[in-house]
Design a binder for this molecule. Structure first.
Ligand code: PEP
Length: 224
C-alpha cells in the first residue's frame, strides 16, 4: 500500500518541519509527502520519502518558474506527482505535457504518481471510460510509475467516489496499464478503510486530509 499526501500550495518550510517532527507512520505502509517546492528540502531533511507536485520535461533552460526532475533528484526528492487535475484545469496541462513530464521524471531515475480522472460533466455524459482510456494511453509503462485515479468531481469537494465506483474505474485502468492504482478524491479517516479494501485500490493520494498529522496518520494506519 502507498499513501501519498499532496499538500498543494500549503505549508512553508517552518510548518513542514513542525508537521514532520512528530510524524511516525506505520513501517509496513509506503508513505510519501508532496510539499510545495520551497518546502522540499525541509521534508527531505526530516527523513521521509518526498515527491514534488510537478516537474518540467527539460533538464534546464529558459523556462521561468519551472523546476526540472534533475534538480529535484539533486535535492534528494524521490519523485513527482504529474498531471494533477488542478494543473490540467488551471495551468493548461494536457495529456501531451503529462506524457513529457512523466517520461522526464522517469529518465531522471525518479518515481511518478500520474493523476487522471473524469470531470463531473464527463461522468454525467457517460464518457468516463473514454476519458480514462485517453488519459492512460499516454502514460509509459514503468516500474516507478503509479497511477492515481482522481475523479475531478471528488477532489476537495467532500464528495468521495463510492467504493464500487472507485473499484470499477481502477479495474478498467488496470486492464489498460500494468501500474499500481491509487484512489484520490476526498479520502478521509472515516472512508479510507472501505476504499482501500477494494481489490484494485493499491493506495491513496490524499489532499486536504494530509494537511493535519492526526488525520493523515489515521489514513496511513487504515492502509495496513
Ligand atoms: C488531491 O489533491 O490529489 C486530492 C485528492 O485532494 P482531496 O483529498 O482534498 O480531495
Amino acid at each position: 500500500m502507498l499513501i501519498a499526501g499532496n499538500w498543494k500550495m500549503f505549508k512553508g518550510p517552518h510548518e513542514t518541519r513542525a508537521f514532520l517532527a512528530g510524524f511516525r507512520p506505520p513501517d509496513d505502509v509506503d508513505v510519501v509527502i508532496c510539499p510545495p517546492y520551497v518546502s522540499l528540502a525541509a521534508a527531505v531533511d526530516a527523513g521521509v520519502t518526498v515527491y514534488a507536485q510537478n516537474a518540467h520535461w527539460e533538464r534546464d533552460g529558459a523556462y521561468t518558474g519551472e523546476v526540472s526532475a534533475a534538480m529535484l533528484a539533486e535535492l534528494g526528492v524521490r519523485g513527482s506527482i504529474i498531471g494533477h487535475s488542478e494543473r490540467r484545469q488551471h495551468f493548461c496541462e494536457t495529456d501531451e505535457t503529462v506524457r513529457l513530464r512523466a517520461e522526464a521524471v522517469l529518465d531522471a531515475g525518479l518515481g511518478v504518481i500520474a493523476c487522471l480522472g473524469e470531470t463531473e460533466g464527463e461522468r454525467e455524459a457517460g464518457a468516463t471510460e473514454e476519458v480514462l482510456r485517453r488519459q492512460v494511453a499516454v502514460l509509459p509503462e514503468h516500474e516507478r510509475l503509479v497511477i492515481a485515479y482522481e475523479p475531478v468531481w471528488a477532489i476537495g469537494t467532500g464528495r468521495t467516489a463510492s467504493p464500487q465506483q472507485a473499484q470499477e474505474a481502477h479495474a478498467l485502468i488496470k486492464s489498460l496499464h500494468a501500474a499500481q492504482v491509487l484512489y484520490g478524491g476526498s479520502v478521509k479517516p472515516d472512508n479510507a478503510a472501505e476504499l482501500l479494501a477494494q481489490p484494485d485500490v493499491d493506495g491513496a493520494l490524499v489532499g486536504g486530509a494530509s494537511l493535519d498529522p492526526t488525520s493523515f496518520l489515521a489514513i496511513c494506519f487504515a492502509a495496513r
